[in-house]
Structures are given as C-alpha cells and as structure tokens.
Design a protein around this ligand. Sequence first.
Ligand code: FAD
Ligand code: SF4
Ligand code: SF4
Length: 449
Amino acid sequence: MREQCPKDRVKNFNEVPYGYTEEEAVREASRCLQCPDPPCVKGCPAEINIPGFIRAIKEKKFEKAVSVIGETSNLPAVCGRVCPQEDQCEVRCVLNKTGKPINIGALERFASEFSVKRASEKKPEGPAVAVIGSGPGGLTCAADLAEKGYRVTVFEALHKAGGVLAYGIPEFRLPNGIVAGEVDNIRGKGVEIKLNYVIGKIKTIEDLRREGFKAFYISSGAGLPYFLGIEGENLKGVYSANEFLTRINLMKAYKFPEYDTPVNVGRKAVVVGGGNVAMDSARSALRCGAGEVTVVYRRTEKEMPARRDEITHAREEGVKFLFLSSPAKILAGPQGAAKTLVCTRNELGPPDESGRRRPVPLENSEFEIPADTVIVAIGSGPNPLLLSTIKGLKLNGKGYIEADPEGRTSVGDIFAGGDIVTGSATVILAMGAGKRAARAMDSYLKEKE
Ligand code: FAD
Ligand code: SF4
Ligand code: SF4
C-alpha cells in the first residue's frame, strides 16, 4: 500500500498508509482463488466471510462487500487498519506459501469506506443489558445484543467511546474520525452509550441490577499501567505510555494550545519497552517534536513483541533502538526533572515462562543516556476499581476475571471478555470474545425467561 514518506510523516499526525485506490483493490481482489474451504476464515476471530467480500470487490460491488463483512463484524474500518493480519487471516491464506498472501486487511479497509449508515428500523425492546467499557470487545458485544433485540446500555468511564481505539492507538495509525464513525454505526443499532460513567464509583453492578438490568458484560480492558519500580520514576518528565498516549490522542496534546492539555517531550526522549505501545509512544514523541527518540529494550529485536510493520515504520522515521539494556535509575537535572537514564547491559539466558530467552544483567555494565522524557511502556494490567465491588466474582492470580471461552464468570448474570480476561491482547480477539459472549448472554436470558 502506498504511504506518506517518512520525512514528511514525522511532521504530522495524518494516517501513514493511503489505502488502496479502486483499481488497486480490484486488482488485489482478483488474485484471490475463492477457495471452497477457505483456510483464511479459520484465522479470523470475527468469522468474516473473507472470499465472499473479496469476490464482491472483484465484481466492483463495494457496498455489498462491506455488507458481507457487516454480517459478522461491526468494526471493519478498525480491523482493516490495526488487526495483526499477518498472524491471523493472512498467515492462513493458501497464497502465503508463495510469500504473497492476499492483503485481506487492506481490502477490508477499502471496503469499509463504502459503509452506508443505516439506523435500525426496529427499536430494541427486549430485556435491558449493561456493557461496561466501550472498547472493541464491549462495542461488538453491544451491537450483537442490540441486533438480537436487547436494550443495551454501554457505560464508559472516559469522555469518548472506543477504549484503546480512542485513547491509545495514535491518529497516524487509526484516525479518531474512523473510530467515531464506527461508534456512530453501533449507536444506529439502538445501543445507548453513557460516557463519563465509571461503574464501581458512580453506580455498582448491584445498583444496575436494582434498576432492572438483567445481564452484564464486563469489558473494562487492562488499562492500569505497570511501572519499573526504579529510583527517579516519580520525577517530572517520566510518563506511563498510557498517560502519554492519552494526552496525545484523547486530549489532543499535539494541538496544544488549541487544546488545553500539553505534553512535554524535550530534546531527547527514551521509551522503555518493545511492544506496539512502545512503538506508538516513540513515533508519537517524534511527531510531538523530540529531536531524538530511543527505544530501550531488555532483549534483542528478535524477541520484540511489536508488529514487524510497526518496528519498520519506527525505524524509517528515525527512532533509534538500544537492545539488551534495562533501566536501573533515572537521574534529575538541575531543574529537578528527568535528565539521564542509567541502564545496565544484559545477555540472554535460558527461556522464561513466555518462551523467550530471559535477559540476564551483566555485572558492572552501567551506562548513561540523556533523557529529558522517559516513557514507560512495559505493559498494563486490570484495574481493580470495578472488580473489587462485585461479590463472588472469581479473579485469577494476576487480578483478571476468570471466564470460560463464552464469557461466563462465577456470577450467573455477569459475563466478561477481552483484555480484562486474557490480559493485554488484540482488537480482534476482544471482538471475538464479545461475539461469543453475546450468544451466551442470549441463551442465558432466554433460559431465564
Ligand atoms: P479496551 O479497549 O481497553 O477498552 C476498555 C474500556 O473500558 C476503556 O474505554 C475504559 O475506559 C473502560 N472502563 C474501564 N473500567 C471501567 C469502569 N469501571 N466503568 C466504565 N468503563 C470502564 N491491538 C491490535 O490488535 N492491533 C494494534 O495495533 C494494537 N495497538 C495497540 C496500541 C496501544 C497503544 C495499546 C494500549 C493497545 C494496542 N492493541 C492493539 C491492543 C488492543 O487495543 C486491546 O487488546 C483491545 O483494545 C482490548 O479491547 P477491550 O474491549 O478488551 O478493552
Ligand atoms: Fe483478517 Fe482481522 Fe479482518 Fe478477520 S477482522 S479478516 S483477522 S483483518
Ligand atoms: Fe482467497 Fe487466500 Fe482465502 Fe483462498 S485462503 S479464499 S486465496 S484469501
């Protein structure tokens, strides 16, 4: 796919790839073999009829293409952009053997542009159900339940719906307008979304039960950032990636002072971590004016969990990488803000429980790098605020909700899925969980009737 050239794109927040033209999309769709038992579909947790929508593109029936996708997925414009297709549908495409699988994600993105907004003709009138959290998992579950006739209310703690899609993933990978469009489509199905509404604080699940809600889907994500626990982490200039990206994406810090929230990246920014969140933080820091951005990762590039595309994009844009290095402490400059990151060098030892080789610190290997800003992107976990208010809800050792693959929890009327069950994962896995839970909630409510 054609994209903005690196030297231009580091100066703006516009989307990096341009998307297919009609001619490119039809040409790509024409390569699809229309396999009778298509393996690509087995790789899609949203169960999209992939050959079906690709055939429609080949025949230039673009609205039909998006309606085929819409039979099972409510977020095609999102998935076409951020789904890790290389590990899902595309890796299973029979043409992957030739090294040139069909670019299914790009075709899905193309089709999504022909989405026609249709408000649901019938207002849902069934029992009331509540969804907590408006990320991709919650939105998918809400849309599927509304289609089954339930009166769905989504409660969202933040002032914008979309979860990580709205506050985490930057504009240059997933424009906010695209997320808002998908959210509007879901509202059009009769789903009510209540913003600025923290369940566990404003109201508990027990309150909602008393108000007549018959079942609950918890999709509150894994948004509580982990920290390094090192000296100097409380200095000015040190951010969790979660705060840094929220300031930039949700609060529009890159448009300061037009918007009220600033973000200060200084001359030299350091990002600690090796996942997609670290790549998003590094690329955002560059766009916010940092002269130099370095990613510090404790293993080697081979073990980095970020998508290959993200690493390549970051490197093209000038992000530097420091491998086999771990932060040891952060030192302050004369103004009392972060100035220097002290690191130790590692070597790789035997594999740990994740299957990746464990970083082992080398003795007397400390070294310093300049860092006006340190962004900590080493993962996040479940927020206990809501979970601690629910009687009888079983959690695992790490504080995530215990749920079966259909989302059933230890409390009969409460279902859960997405990152709050699996830990930080992917958009499409959260959507798949939302779909399965909607089916299970439907069966539960029908049985209860
Ligand atoms: P979330 O998207 O986390 O949404 C949870 C929502 O619940 C939030 O809006 C939160 O405010 C709300 N909430 C929490 N508690 C309460 C409460 N008590 N009351 C009301 N609301 C509450 N995945 C990919 O597939 N591709 C990518 O490229 C990718 N990039 C990523 C980049 C970043 C920066 C991050 C952070 C994640 C990325 N991911 C990516 C992971 C993906 O976004 C998540 O796996 C996915 O969003 C999980 O969806 P979810 O619905 O479970 O929860
Ligand atoms: Fe592939 Fe993701 Fe689209 Fe499914 S939703 S077809 S896995 S890009
Ligand atoms: Fe087309 Fe590949 Fe799916 Fe076959 S496996 S139907 S070629 S996308």
